[in-house]
Design a protein around this ligand. Structure first.
Ligand code: UFG
Length: 320
């Protein structure tokens, strides 16, 4: 639920959101809690962001991942159906593709996730497809995120991982603010332009906007969407060294590098074809690597220790 708040905040004016939106908190594994939320108001649609997302942790604790990401999704769908709310945007992941043999990756590529996290996302997708086939009143959009990076340009909303960051850029940002000494590059002997892995990094604001375009599609009376998957990426592949260099440029900080072994399970090259989202959702990513790094550094330099030790956004009056 916190993820929901953060990604929506990335799009609109923060103070307006805080004074307009009602925040109800519930754990998706707690059906009674969800029932209370749905009984409290009428919902036209749900954007389902809640879930666990660390690939490595999912290998260590698969049951935890199946519980949050699969059982939680089933609970949510049951409560939605019971309340006649049958429009859903679901946060899926490029992890459902595993390691495709080539990129750009289109939505009809084979779905062969190779870790429990990816399998939970694929199972949730399959459940969505099944409920749509059982009841065509549902309309569901599955958004397959590539590699989200950056922060809200205000510098007030950003990623604050607990413990050691699992992903590249949160790790890099902690090096830049002096919390960690160096970055280990996981393999520099891939068959890529500079030997390092290639990914499709997408600005979190572009990603957040993708959800608004998806919602719009669900409410478009001229089309019956059914249950459809869309890639949210830029369609551009960037290597680890390229994005680290871009961050050094944006921050003016040197990121010390150590060349290490390949990380087991890592794809060599994975980037999207966003053509289907452009064509059918009319969404297209606007920002490039330079803006992602600029906004990430703006957030990191204002909040070197994340939310806990940082200044909160200044709020007008007592609307919160
Ligand atoms: N990398 C390093 N050093 C690090 C961390 C990462 O070299 O300390 C490299 C990786 O090897 C990879 C690239 O940086 O080449 C990006 O790695 P991330 O861990 O940031 O992201 P992944 O591509 O592995 O995974 C991300 C999300 C998953 C999602 C997947 C879909 O974390 O949730 O994209 O492709 F499923």
């Amino acid at each position: 639920m916190l993820i929901l708040a953060m990604k929506l905040l990335a799009v609109w004016d923060i103070q307006a959101i805080l004074s307009t939106f009602l925040l109800l908190q519930a754990d998706i594994r707690d059906k009674d809690g969800l029932e209370k939320v749905f009984a409290s108001a009428r919902f036209d649609a749900v954007i389902h962001f809640a879930g666990l997302k660390a690939v490595g942790e999912s290998v260590q604790k698969p049951l935890l991942y199946y519980d949050h990401n699969v059982v939680g999704t089933i609970n949510l769908l049951e409560i939605m159906a019971a309340h006649g709310c049958k429009k859903l945007v679901f946060s899926s992941s490029a992890a459902v593709y595993g390691s495709p043999k080539n990129s750009p990756c289109t939505e009809d590529f084979p779905l062969i996730p190779h870790n429990p996290y990816g399998r939970t996302k694929l199972m949730a997708e399959e459940i969505c497809r099944d409920i749509y086939h059982s009841d065509p009143e549902w309309s569901i959009i599955l958004l397959r995120y590539f590699n989200p990076v950056g922060a809200h340009p205000s510098g007030y909303v950003g990623e604050d991982p607990c413990g050691t960051p699992n992903n590249l850029m949160p790790f890099v940002q902690q090096i830049a603010v002096g919390r960690r000494p160096s970055l280990t590059i996981f393999g520099n002997n891939y068959a890529t332009k500079d030997g390092t892995g290639v990914r499709d990094y997408i600005h979190v604001v572009d990603l957040a906007e993708g959800h608004l375009f998806a919602l719009r599609k669900l409410f478009d009376s001229s089309s019956n969407i059914g249950c459809e998957a869309y890639n949210l990426g830029t369609g551009k592949g960037t290597s680890v060294l390229e994005i680290v260099n871009a961050f050094e440029k944006a921050s003016g900080k040197k990121i010390p590098l150590v060349m290490g072994q390949r990380r087991p399970g890592d794809a060599e090259i994975l980037f999207s074809s966003p053509a289907k989202a452009e064509r059918e959702l009319h969404w297209k990513a606007k920002y490039g690597i330079a803006e992602m790094c600029r906004d990430l550094w703006n957030w990191a330099s204002k909040h070197p220790y994340g939310y806990a030790a940082s200044e909160s956004p200044k709020l007008n009056g007592s609307s919160r």
